[in-house]
Design a protein around this ligand. Structure first.
Ligand SMILES: [Zn+2]
Ligand SMILES: [Zn+2]
Length: 276
């Protein structure tokens, strides 16, 4: 039986809880592996960790790692945005590579800030979603050369406000081609399945959308499941239904973080945690 989450924010960036509070909840609900992943400092993101908060974050997570040793494995990670890569990987057990921003007309826009901002971004791209998707996925593809990255965060973040398909149809061939080209370019790097937008009420299904997840399975891409937790009450948000989706897409295993790095674990171990 295996419960794991490697995408967890805290008060040191834009999360609600201290790492200690989240660790307490995780242990209480039976997690065996918990990874913290504060937002790496990004000049354009006030929600990212300041240099001072990065130091406080690192020391608190290291302390918790010792405190929980033998009961729950705790790992120190960071969510790096491609706009400002971390200066030094050495303090971290793992690095998530994400793209939250898009540059257009000399401006930098956050893709996941609000629906209103997203509409403005789309206007900057002449209301052409495919043009925006091409720019976004081309940024995401640049991570193929980032040696520090262990897995890719929320691949299709640009569909956060698209639950009703008002911006693009999830099966639009031009859109699917952009996304699948990106999976092909990055296929040696694992991808996360991320339930964060479900926790915040924007989506009913995880990133990546089911058709992209199926494509990953066909291509033999390795995955892991994360909640992108900003609130410890949502630590395992939508995990049962997402594990069922992962099984339905044909996956037989997911990655598990260990002291020696990532290892494949049978999907059954994750399903057992929810009696699936
Ligand atoms: Zn993110
Ligand atoms: Zn995150």
């Amino acid at each position: 039986m295996l419960k794991q989450n490697l995408h967890t924010h805290s008060i040191y960036c834009d999360g609600k809880d201290t790492p200690a509070e989240t660790a307490e909840t995780a242990a209480a609900v039976g997690f065996s592996v918990l990874g913290f992943s504060g937002h790496g400092t990004a000049f354009c993101d006030t929600a990212s960790m300041s240099e001072k908060n990065t130091q406080l974050y690192i020391s608190e997570v290291r302390r918790l790692k010792e405190e929980y040793r033998g009961r729950m494995e705790i790992f120190l990670g960071v969510e790096e945005d491609i706009i400002q890569r971390i200066p030094d990987r050495s303090p971290y057990d793992f690095v998530i590579g994400s793209c939250h921003f898009i540059r257009k007309n000399g401006q930098i826009w956050p893709l996941d800030y609000s629906r209103e901002v997203f509409v403005q971004i789309l206007e900057a791209f002449d209301n052409d979603f495919i043009m925006l998707a091409e720019a976004y996925y081309s940024s995401v593809r640049s991570m193929k050369d980032f040696a520090e990255i262990d897995f890719i965060g929320h691949l299709d973040l640009l569909t956060k406000y698209n639950e009703d398909e008002s911006f693009v149809r999830f099966d639009d061939p031009a859109y699917v081609r952009c996304a699948c080209d990106t999976i092909d370019a990055l296929q040696n790097i694992p991808f996360e399945v991320n339930t964060g937008a479900i926790a915040r009420g924007y989506r009913r299904t995880p990133y990546p959308y089911a058709n992209l997840l199926k494509y990953m399975q066909e291509k033999g891409v390795r995955i892991l499941l994360n909640s992108d937790c900003h609130d410890r009450t949502k630590l395992e948000c939508a995990f049962p239904e997402t594990l069922s989706l992962i099984r339905k897409c044909g996956f037989r295993s997911m990655l598990k973080m260990t002291d020696h790095g990532f290892e494949e674990a049978d999907l059954g171990e994750f399903l057992d945690a929810y009696n699936l």
